[in-house]
Design a protein around this ligand. Structure first.
Ligand SMILES: NC(=O)c1ccc[n+]([C@@H]2O[C@H](COP(=O)([O-])OP(=O)(O)OC[C@H]3O[C@@H](n4cnc5c(N)ncnc54)[C@H](OP(=O)(O)O)[C@@H]3O)[C@@H](O)[C@H]2O)c1
Length: 289
């Protein structure tokens, strides 16, 4: 059984990439991993009782609550719940089919939502726990060429920012991990999906980005083992961050985005404020805190 000093981590997608490195880093700490893969095997080695692998395909909505319940029953608690599994859909927004859009949201947004909803009754009962949602730099500063993936990750960002406020008084923490480009299978043909429709008008925007992403596959800046270590360090820190941006590429893009937003707020401030009621009607206004 897990000791009082160790943590029990539930991690989706430990077959490859960041999830696999995270599972290794957690096991190396002496903590317990309950990981999911699509075939129920991981190939990872661990001391007896430290690693459990459950089968989960994230689009199988009905199975998610069963898997989370099964995970909780293994050690009688869940300390850290990591939504890691995901994939990128590349192509211009207009090029995507409705089915591609639905699937990318099913895996990257509705899957994590269902995991969180299934885990929360346990975390609330414990009055402690930590939800870690791995989104992406695409969820903070989207580029052309992966708009629907970015939309799903932005949705997970919004959900997490609200969730953090709802569960903080109940002792549950939330951290968003926003990686830049990491050297995993993420951009390889094994993982990425590409909309098949091609519209020539997007060749220089979305098309150019998709071509660039193909070229950097296997040559990304981020080391997944160091990314995993950074996630573990953040989770065990006294004051865990709400946002954990990983990689200097992600840092640069986030700073650019914040600068653009801040500049536009300043430039358009007068217009922004011009829509408030004025005069006698303003007196009875209630403002959200
Ligand atoms: N690497 C990057 O550059 C990068 C950047 C930003 C964000 N991220 C995010 O980081 C997370 C991990 O990605 P990664 O880089 O480790 O990619 P990866 O090497 O392609 O691994 C993806 C993992 O997700 C699992 N997965 C994919 N679709 C699934 C589904 N429908 N049901 C269950 N499991 C599924 C895969 O399982 P199988 O082995 O069965 O396919 C695999 O374990 C993702 O959420 C991704 O969006 C990655």
């Amino acid at each position: 059984m897990a000791t009082n000093d160790s943590k029990v981590w539930f991690i989706t997608g430990i077959s490859r990439g960041l999830g696999r490195e995270l599972a290794k880093a957690v096991l190396a700490r002496g903590d317990v991993v309950i990981g999911t893969t699509r075939d129920g095997t991981s190939g990872l080695e661990a001391r007896a009782g430290a690693l459990h692998v459950l089968t989960l395909e994230l689009t199988d909505a009905a199975r998610i609550p069963q898997v989370v319940k099964q995970a909780h029953a293994l050690h009688g608690r869940l300390d850290v719940v990591v939504n890691n599994a995901g994939y990128g859909l590349l192509g211009a927004i207009e090029e995507a089919t409705a089915e591609e859009a639905r699937h990318v949201f099913d895996v990257n947004f509705f899957g994590p939502l269902r995991v969180v909803q299934a885990a929360l009754p346990f975390l609330r009962a414990q009055r402690k726990g930590h939800v870690v949602n791995i989104t992406s730099i695409a969820g903070l500063a989207p580029m052309a060429g992966s708009g629907l993936y970015a939309a799903a990750k932005c949705a997970l960002e919004g959900l997490s920012l609200s969730l953090a406020q709802e569960v903080a008084p109940l002792g549950v923490k939330v951290t968003l991990v926003e990686p830049g480009a990491f050297r995993t299978d993420f951009l390889s043909q094994h993982s990425r999906r590409e909309s098949q429709g091609r519209i020539e008008d997007y060749a220089k925007t979305a098309g150019a980005v998709v071509e660039y992403l193909g070229k950097i596959s296997g040559k990304q800046l981020g080391d997944p083992a160091l990314g995993a270590k950074a996630i573990v360090d953040a989770v065990v820190a006294d004051a865990a961050p709400l946002h954990l941006v990983l990689g200097s590429d992600a840092l640069r893009r986030t700073r650019e985005r914040v600068g653009i937003l801040s500049g536009e707020l300043d430039r358009w401030e007068a217009v922004t404020k011009s829509t408030d009621l004025t005069g006698p009607e303003a007196a009875g206004t209630l403002r959200p805190s």
